[in-house]
Each structure stands twice: as C-alpha cells, then as structure tokens.
Design a protein around this ligand. Structure first.
Ligand code: AGP
Length: 606
C-alpha cells in the first residue's frame, strides 16, 4: 500500500527524505507529498502532487521553497479512499494547517467521524479517510501532540501506520501503528521512521519494529515507546536494494533465483540423516509431530506455492492437507482444533488477509507456522513459529525469487514433517540430495535466457494465453498466468490440463497459444494427450519439457527445456522460464515491469 517516511535529527536537508521515499515507491505510486517544520520561520511547509515522486520533485523545484528543516514527513500513495488528485495526496492537515499527518491503512469509521467533525465546524479539503484523523487530533490538541494523538486514536476503527507533526509542538514526531507496518531506524545523526526496513538501510542496519497499538514519540536526540523493544539487525546491503546493473529489479530478482534456493537450504540440509534442520520450528517440534491436519493459507503468488506444497505434503507426509486463499479462509467454517496446524505463506509478512487468517486460526487453538521472507514482519511475530525463506529483499511488485524461495522451503518442510512420520531415510536422503543440486540446475535454466527472450518475441502479439499443467505443475501454470497478467496486462488463464475438454478447449484456435508445463513425470502421458487435443485445433503450443525429450519437438511449436529432477521439485525449475517469458513480453510491450499499474508490493488492507 502506501510508503511512509519521517525523520528527526541533525540533518536539516529534507531532500534526504525524498531519497528514502524513493526506496518505498514500489509500495504505491499514484501521488506523493512532503511536509517539513522550519525552525527559522516556525512554520510547517507542505507540497504534494498526484503522480510519481519525480512529479513531486518538479513541484518542489518550481516552488522555490528552501527544503530545509526538521522534523520532516513524506508519503507515496496507493489510493484507497478518494481519487488520485493533488488534494487527496498526503500529507493532510487540520483546519489551521498546524497539524500534518501521513497514513498507511484504512480508517473504517471515517464517515461517521467526519460527519461529527463537520457538525463541530471542521473544514475538510480532501475525500480521504486520513484527513479525518488530522481533525480529530486538532480537536484534542492542547499543546502536547502525543496526548492528542492518543485521544484521537481511541475513536478510530481500522488500520494505520500514522505519522504526525505539529507546529505548536515542534521538535517532535509522533507515530502510531495498528496492523500497517512501521519501523524505526536509529543512528548518531537521528531517527528515521518508515514503512519497511529497505528504506532505512543506507541510514542504519539497526531497526525497531513498532507493534500494534504502540505510539512512538521521537525527539531530536531520543525517542520513547511504551515498552522495551529489541533492535533487529537488517542484513541487506544498499546495493542489494539497487538494480545490480540489471535494467529492472524483476530481471535482477529472476537471475537471483538459483542463489535464493541456496540461501533457503544453506545450513538446513542434513544429507546423512536424510532430514532437514529448521531451527524456527524447534519450539513446536512435538506439537507438529501430533498434528493431524494442515491448512496452507496465502494470497496471490504465495497461494500458488501453497498449492504446490499441498501436493508435496500429501505425497510424502500422509497429512490431511487443505489449501485456501486467506481472503476466503477467514469466512469459511472449517473444522479446526489443537491437532490442526495453519501454515501461512507470505513474502512481505504484512498481507492483511493472511494476518487476519492467522488470528482466526489462533482463535481456534490451532498451531500457526509462518513461511516469511521479511525478517521481523507482522506474520513472523504473530505466528507461533516459522521459517524464513531468506530470499533477500524483493523490490519488484511481481514476486519471482520469493516464490522460488517459498517452494524450496515447502520442500524442506515436507521432509521435516515426512521424517517425523513414515518417510524413509532413503527417500529423505533422495529429496535432500536433489535439493542440494537445485541451485546449479536452476542456473542451467537461466543460461537459456536469450533463447527464452527470442521465443517471447514470437508470442508477444497474442492477446490471450492458456497456461496448463497437471499435479505439481498445475499451480505453476497458475503462477505463470499471474506473472504474465500482472506485468504484460495481457489476458491469460491457468488451467488444470484435465479440465481443458470440459470447456476451455472451445477457445482454442490459431490465435490462442498455450504454454504447456509437461516435464517427464508421472502425468506426462496425460499432458501429451491434452497437447494433442490443442494441436488438433491449430492452437500454438510452447512447452516446458525435460531435457533429452526430443519427441515433444514433433508436436509443439516451441520447447524450453529444464533439467531432470525429482517430480516434487520440478515446479521450482519449471517456474523460471515462465518468469522470464512474462518479463521479456512485458518489457517488449513497454510496461513498467517493476511497478505494474494498479498493483502494490504488499497489500496491507483487506
Ligand atoms: C505477486 O506477484 C503479487 N505481487 C501478489 O499476488 C502477491 O503474491 C500477494 O499480494 C501476496 O503477497 P505476500 O506474499 O507478500 O503475502
């Protein structure tokens, strides 16, 4: 959703804040704004504009205002309430333009609060929910900002990462959090507050996560929060946050997929015992041994990893397994008890629907396990135990390497739970040794990137696509579909190949290509009959097949080969060409692949 930045400290250069805000632009980018307190003029100045941060920068230059002062707050928006206009951009202010705030989240009861404030004579300048909070703070302000914020938030229902400054209580930033992420980055110079750690790594590696219902008061040389908080060490480098020489973060992150597998398995594989060591599960090892039923729950791309995980767990652990979308799970009435475990998968660890599903599971006494990428994120703190995927920072909105990290982590979890049950030492050893080989096999797939780019040029002018697979690779067909849709804006659908003849086949003709994921596995023959059905209707076919399979060349138009591996691990290799295909088609179509229209990196509202 939105990106929030606040700073108080020795540095009076507000432009420093703009650089930090740019690191958060992937969170939302339809409008931006800045407000800063000028000690000389004892005034708060504010500039905001619909458009990208570049457009705000232009406005700043045209304003001839001196961007000097402290504290300062900045915001990049992903609209939820009120259209994309200059007025609805953040920061918002009160009637006297003395209290300024920026917000990430949704104030659910803003309409009734606004009606009350209008009756009390407040004047509004925007259609947003956030501005209501400004006027509420104004209502309670008697010189002490945090007191006014505390009283105002008592009336607010919803989610917020909120940062406020006030002309009449200068030299202070007050920040409050409920559900939407906020972190503090502290160094000798001062204190940065931001929506996620990636924004502060050029400033400090030591961050503090604000927890729900916490209010932080930041002053020039100190800050206090309600309770003692531990610093978390951020091990990402600023370079990692930059593109590393690639034209786009998406391509950089696809090229990091082999390393992502290496990071996920490093120090966790126990080849001699045919097992894995997952330190984050140590506290719940016995509870997991007694688990009878598993729910895999997530959103978007992470939900496709969950689907692939379902096939793995069912085949190798005999655990009764169910997959669900977090946004649906919350409104279902599944049988859940103490022998149930909920496994929640999220790159950001901040996806609102997934967090709500965790709370639902906990409510019913089930064990909650998080598979998360962002260290210290809400999911990692709200679940009873978990596994970090260690995929490194993922900047591009379209999730690629994090998905690969999730699949590798689910494969390790399968061994962990399988070896607690009937999985043999031999089978355990087989999966563990294959997992150890995967990074090099993935590099082999990536070495074909220029061929895949050539193939993508053949398909870039089609308007509709089928992606089809069976068993482990049905979820990969869904993932390939989502990547193409969200980056190229072309229509694509993922289908379980066996479903084709039940309707989808009606759409097939020479203008409707199919990407068929058909490695040489237990359902290969079935896939070939589905491919024949499409061929018979002149549908163009691009196949993802196992190297050495020369026959397939005779029946399809194009083939991208992946190395041979265990059936349960083929999804990890089969995904890589699909990520590249989507990337190359989207770039050829001239789209902003790192920040696709209408999307955001972590969806922190329902
Ligand atoms: C994937 O490319 C999308 N960005 C989106 O579907 C994403 O997977 C979904 O929002 C879940 O995000 P999470 O993994 O951070 O929870």
């Amino acid at each position: 959703m939105c990106g929030i930045v606040g700073y108080i400290g020795k540095n009076q250069d507000v432009r420093m804040g703009l650089d930090v805000l740019r690191r958060l632009e992937y969170r939302g980018y339809d409008s931006a704004g800045v407000a800063w307190y000028s000690p000389e003029k004892k005034e708060i100045f504010c500039l905001k504009k619909a458009g990208r941060i570049d457009d705000l920068e232009k406005l700043i230059t045209e304003s001839n205002l001196e961007l000097k002062g402290n504290p300062f707050i900045l915001h990049t928006r992903w609209a939820t309430h009120g259209g994309v206009t200059d007025e609805n951009a953040h920061p918002h202010w009160d009637c006297k333009k003395e209290i300024f705030s920026i917000h990430n989240g949704i104030i659910e009861n803003y309409r009734e609060l606004k009606e009350k404030l209008l009756k009390e004579g407040h004047k509004f300048t925007s259609e947003t929910d956030t501005e209501v909070v400004c006027h509420l703070i104004e209502k309670y302000f008697q010189g002490n900002l945090e007191e006014a914020v505390r009283k105002a938030l008592k009336e607010v229902r919803g989610t917020y990462g909120l940062v406020v400054i006030a002309k009449k209580d200068p030299g202070k930033i007050v920040a409050a959090r409920l559900s939407s992420p906020l972190i503090l980055g502290v160094n000798q110079e001062g204190i940065l507050i931001a929506s996620d750690p990636s924004a502060v790594i050029t400033h400090t590696r030591q961050v503090i996560n604000l927890d729900d219902n916490e209010i932080a008061v930041l002053k020039m040389d100190n800050f206090h929060i309600l309770k003692e908080k531990a610093f978390v060490q951020i091990d990402w480098t600023p370079e990692e946050a930059q593109k590393g020489g690639y034209p786009h973060f998406m391509l950089k992150e696809i090229m990091e997929e082999p390393e992502t597998i290496e990071n996920a398995v490093r120090g966790r594989l126990l080849p001699d015992e045919g097992n894995v060591k997952l330190g984050g599960l140590a506290l719940v090892e016995n509870r997991l041994r007694g688990t009878k039923k598993v729910f895999l729950i997530a959103c978007g791309t992470a939900s496709y990893a969950a689907r692939a995980g379902e096939y793995m767990l069912e085949e190798y652990t005999n655990l009764s397994t169910e997959v669900d979308l977090a946004s649906e799970f919350r409104y279902r009435k599944p049988i859940i008890d103490k022998s149930t475990a909920g496994i929640f998968i999220s790159q950001s660890g901040e996806t609102a629907d997934t967090l709500a599903a965790i709370r639902e599971m906990k409510e019913k006494g089930a064990l909650t396990i998080g598979i998360t990428n962002v260290v210290g994120s809400s999911q990692s703190r709200e679940t009873a135990a978990g596994i970090y995927t260690r995929s490194g920072q993922e900047v591009a909105v379209a999730s690629t390497k994090a998905f690969i990290g999730q699949l590798a982590t689910l494969a390790m979890l399968t061994v962990y739970l399988g070896r607690q049950r009937e999985m043999s030492l031999v089978m355990g050893k087989r999966i563990v040794s294959e997992l150890a080989k995967l990074p090099d096999l993935a590099r082999k797939v990536l070495s074909q990137s220029s061929e895949i780019e050539k193939i993508s040029q053949k398909y870039k002018d089609f308007k509709n696509f089928w992606f089809m697979g069976r068993k482990y690779n049905y979820p990969i067909a869904l993932e390939g579909t989502l990547k193409l849709k969200e980056t190229s804006y072309l229509h694509a659908e993922g289908v379980a190949a066996g479903e084709l003849k039940h309707g989808a086949l009606a759409l097939i003709d020479e203008n409707f290509p199919t990407v068929a994921i058909c490695p040489s596995d237990s359902v290969y023959e079935k896939m070939i009959s589905n491919i024949q059905e499409i061929k018979a209707r002149k549908g163009p076919i691009l196949a993802i097949a196992t190297e050495g399979n020369e026959d397939i060349k005779k029946i399809v138009d194009d083939v991208i080969y992946i190395p041979k591996t265990l059936e349960m691990l083929t999804p990890i290799l089969a995904t890589i060409p699909l990520h590249l295909l989507a990337y190359y088609i989207a770039v050829t179509l001239g789209n902003d692949v790192d920040k696709p229209r209408n999307l955001a990196k972590s969806v922190t509202v329902e």
